[in-house]
Design a protein around this ligand. Structure first.
Ligand code: NAP
Length: 331
């Protein structure tokens, strides 16, 4: 007996910005559960910038794609996975998945914390922000921090975490006037600017005339150059991503001021969140009480229905999200 489900496959490699034609929906059947596995109905699916890089080679054509998901166990032959359990796993881009206990994490029951939070503030997105601030940049109280792609998933978590960690001024950049208002009026940023309004270095100098101590880089290129210019001596840069480059077919022209890192004794360190799973519980202990109290805003853009996943992914690359972009596949 098979169980019918729907998945998305990639059918061609993109040149520059991907399109819906790079993907197709596939109906398929899952075989009966083998011993040690469980059937999960995916409730929320995450779409992420790293997937754009996967499209260039890591993802196989005409096969299942990976992605972070939160789902409910609806049948089980796996010890440790009971029917009704809410689990996190990495078999995204499909309505249902078969997982073993090793491939799925049963999510803790945290009162006042909705399931979608485990893909946003308490997921790899929030963990990236937490690692960047506490382990890479070592943000100290009364320091100034600049965050790029600040109205996105990592950025909106980082801005709120920075305030809780006692930062003096939290400054963000984003791609529209509406998002600038969202940062200052809803998420508590002290200042924000639209990077499309001019040269990032000049806009940042205006937003942070006294300079910055920490930069969380989600964008790369001109943003990194501007942050190096604005940085005080002994500043730290946590390099998380370079979303400005993912769709580009040209090598980046900036930063042109890399040697200032020596002159100002700046520390620049890249990191991968997948090296920090041991901090997941620490993140939950730090953030869950603030989600419960409302001090941390669960900033998410959620599209409805599994078939919205391709539009959600392309929309996220175009900046149509505020906060973490998620797909609600099922209630
Ligand atoms: P996100 O910020 O929620 O979504 C991407 C955002 O990038 C868009 O909303 C858009 O916002 C912005 N963007 C798109 N093109 C841009 C451009 N040319 N210049 C400036 N901004 C642009 O995505 P996320 O998941 O939170 O990821 C943010 C960054 O962190 C990405 O670079 C990602 O690769 C990286 N990341 C790294 C790790 C790690 O382990 N190192 C883990 C997670 C994420 P605007 O409207 O503001 O342009």
């Amino acid at each position: 007996m098979t169980f019918a489900f729907t998945a998305v496959h990639q059918v061609s490699r993109p040149q520059g910005m991907p399109t819906a034609e790079n993907f197709t929906f596939v109906e398929d059947g899952l075989p009966s559960l083998a011993s040690g596995t469980a059937l999960v109905e995916n409730l929320y699916l995450s779409v992420d910038p790293y997937m754009r890089e996967c499209m260039d080679g890591d993802w196989t054509m005409h096969g299942p794609l990976e992605g972070r998901s939160v789902g409910r166990v609806i049948d089980s032959r796996a010890p440790g996975l009971a029917i009704g359990d809410l689990v996190f796993h990495r078999q995204g881009w499909r309505t249902h998945a078969v997982v073993s206990a090793e491939e799925a994490r049963v999510l803790p029951d945290l009162p006042g914390v909705p399931p979608s939070a485990f893909l946003s503030v308490l997921g790899g997105t929030g963990l990236s922000a937490y690692v960047a601030l506490t382990r890479i940049a070592h943000l100290g109280p009364r320091e100034n921090i600049f965050i790029s792609a600040a109205a996105g998933g990592v950025g909106s978590s980082a801005g709120q975490f920075a305030q809780l960690l006692g930062a003096d001024r939290v400054i963000g950049s984003t791609g529209s006037a509406d998002k600038v208002r969202h940062l200052t009026e809803t998420l508590g940023f002290d200042a924000a600017f639209n990077y499309r309004d001019g040269e990032v270095g000049a806009l940042l100098a205006e937003a942070a005339p006294e300079g910055i101590d920490v930069y969380l880089d989600n964008v790369g290129g001109g943003h990194l150059e501007g942050a190096i210019s604005a940085m005080r001596p002994n500043g730290r840069i946590a390099w998380c991503g370079a979303v400005a480059q993912y769709n580009s077919t040209e090598p980046p022209a900036a930063p042109r001021n890399l040697y200032d890192i020596v002159e100002k004794t700046i520390r620049l360190e890249g990191f991968l969140v997948r090296k920090y799973p041991h901090l997941q519980t620490e993140l939950e202990e730090f953030a869950a009480p603030h989600i419960r109290s409302g001090r941390i805003v669960l900033d998410q853009t959620v599209t409805d229905g599994f078939h919205s996943i391709i539009d959600a992914f392309l929309g996220m690359l175009r900046g149509e999200n505020t906060g973490k972009m998620l797909v609600r596949a099922s209630d």
